[in-house]
Write a protein that binds this ligand. Structure first.
Ligand code: XMP
Length: 514
């Protein structure tokens, strides 16, 4: 939905793998945008939306393929600037009477590209630079009125444009980091071609969101399951600013939080105008974990128990009008390109409560990316520890303790993980590494301490770099940091005599061990 009084770019999704990234980049240029599937929007809706500009994404098909994604040709008559990317560029050429053919040599990856400085997208940029290509078709003949704006050694039309009609097309992917100056090209499209000034800021987003929540909620009651993670914490802050004590946050502390974390979450909300309920349910969860060592069983039990505790607390409050969820934009895009029928609800742990009495779900963060959520948290003056918290699985440390969970093992892991986090922070790496934590293996080995033989646990350290958590690389953290972490852990934590570092990527491993 267009934000009242703000610039808006419509990204029409033809199934490309980088559609999220395009949206990220447009917002980096301070222009609000949305990704909508070509199947889910009509020409009439586009006319009503009146976007400042439209971007066609890439897609895996050939424009001549059976059932290839397409769009009503009249879109080019709306006098709205359009930028086609990859498949989107071929579609533009095809629909406007040019021709698309199969390349003799497909281009994939970094490709030297020659740009025409007369084209507004490339004007102030170097005329020769690397772009990121991924195509087997190419634009063989331009539609009438178009000029070539870039070429490569193998591809005569790496970009084309019709200045008068404000139609632009690039065969390469400007949104991908490997395309040198790609962000500047997108910025040029937005600012020079579409005439945007870039009015998307967190300050005005926060104001708009608060106003909209107030309008929607009126005097109703809102309930939120607060996990202490970034999304639910930012949501709590936003709702608290909007409706204050009409909000109740239920924080189920299952006891598998990191060291001190339960208290930190409680402290962070102590000065806020909300009803904050902390349920200390560690004993209950531990009791259900007795004798359980299978990872999936652990996850299932924790999920079920979480919902049960949440429901019991919610019942004490009675009927609420709204249940708030911390769904964010990647969840929305991933589950069907804005196609409302297929959007999943984001559950942090185990699923939606069935028996909580509420009228409607609200998801005020559903248009924000993760880093925007963090910016909003900062804007709302949420504590830094919550804003910069790294991702943490719903079942918590329970799935970082291999085998059966005992109080002793939980204590060992909390202490070791705390030391590792301290060492990472001391080295100034805490905001650059995607996720880092300790895992308590169920393995024991022989060691020597002083003059004595030991037979104690092996602890694993895991640190990964990732952009999307779907794939990940192990972080190349300096040996010195591993050394100090290892030395401190074996000295300060009882029952650990060996520390190893996990050097597997995802895939084939996953980030978590269970
Ligand atoms: P894996 O282990 O699948 O983890 O590579 C990918 C990311 O997801 C997090 N994760 C979870 N987050 N509930 C969550 O909210 C869960 O049950 C869960 N399991 C894994 C994991 O920490 C990593 O960031």
């Amino acid at each position: 939905m267009r934000q009242k009084g703000h610039e808006y770019i419509l990204i029409i999704d033809f199934g490309g793998q980088y559609n999220q990234l395009i949206a990220r980049r447009v917002r980096e240029c301070s222009v609000y945008c949305e990704v909508i599937s070509y199947k889910s929007i009509t020409l009439e809706q586009i006319k009503e939306l009146k976007p400042e500009g439209i971007i066609f994404t890439g897609g895996p098909q050939s424009v001549y393929g059976e059932g290839a994604p397409t769009i009503d040709k009249e879109i080019f008559e709306l006098d709205i600037p359009i930028l086609g990317i990859c498949y989107g560029s071929q579609l533009m050429a095809h629909l406007l009477g040019g021709s698309v053919e199969t390349c003799k040599t497909s281009e994939y990856g970094k490709t030297k590209t020659y740009y025409n400085e007369e084209c507004a997208l490339f004007g102030a940029l170097p005329q020769e630079a690397v772009s990121w290509m991924s195509h087997t078709d190419y634009i063989a003949f331009l539609p009438d009125g178009f000029k070539t704006a870039a070429h490569t050694d193998n591809c005569p039309t790496a970009a084309m444009y019709n200045e008068e009609r404000r139609l632009y097309a690039v065969q390469f992917h400007p949104e991908v980091n490997h395309t040198e100056n790609g962000l500047k090209m997108l910025d040029a499209f937005l600012k020079k071609v579409c005439g945007c000034v870039g009015d998307w800021t967190m300050e005005n987003y926060a104001q708009t969101a608060i106003r909209e929540i107030r309008e929607k909620v009126g005097s109703g009651k809102v309930l939120l399951a607060l996990s202490g993670g970034v999304d639910s914490s930012v949501l709590a802050a936003l709702l608290s600013k909007a409706v204050g004590s009409q909000l109740t946050c239920i924080f189920v502390d299952h006891g598998f939080m990191r060291k001190n974390e339960g208290d930190e979450v409680e402290a962070a909300f102590s000065g806020w105008d909300v009803n904050f309920v902390r349920v200390n349910a560690k004993e209950r969860f531990m009791a259900r974990m007795r004798g359980v060592s299978d990872p999936e069983t652990k996850r299932r039990i924790i999920g079920e128990e979480f919902i049960r505790v949440f429901e019991e607390e919610a019942k004490k409050i009675g009927k609420v009008d709204f249940l708030a969820q911390g769904t964010i934009y990647p969840d929305v895009i991933e589950s069907g390109s804005g196609d409302a029928a297929t959007i999943k609800s984001h559950h942090n742990v185990g699923g939606l409560p069935d028996y909580v009495d509420f009228k409607e779900i609200i998801e005020p963060l559903r248009m924000l990316f993760k880093d925007e959520t963090r910016k909003l948290g900062q804007e709302l003056k949420l504590s830094e520890t919550l804003v910069w918290r790294q991702p943490f699985p719903g079942p918590g440390l329970a799935i970082r303790i291999m085998g059966e969970i005992t109080d002793e093992k939980l204590q060992i892991l909390q202490d070791a993980d705390y030391i590792f986090r301290e060492e990472i922070a001391k080295a100034g790496l805490d905001r650059s590494i995607g996720q880092y934590f300790a895992v308590l293996t169920n393995n024991r080995s022989v060691g020597v301490m002083g003059d004595f033989r030991t037979y104690d646990y092996t602890l694993a350290l895991r640190a990964v770099t990732t952009t999307d958590f779907m794939t990940a690389d192990f972080a190349r953290i300096p040996y010195e940091v591993l050394e100090s972490s290892s030395a401190r852990i074996v000295n300060e934590v009882k029952s650990v005599n060996r520390v190893v570092y996990d050097v597997t990527t995802k895939p084939p491993a996953t980030i978590e061990w269970e």
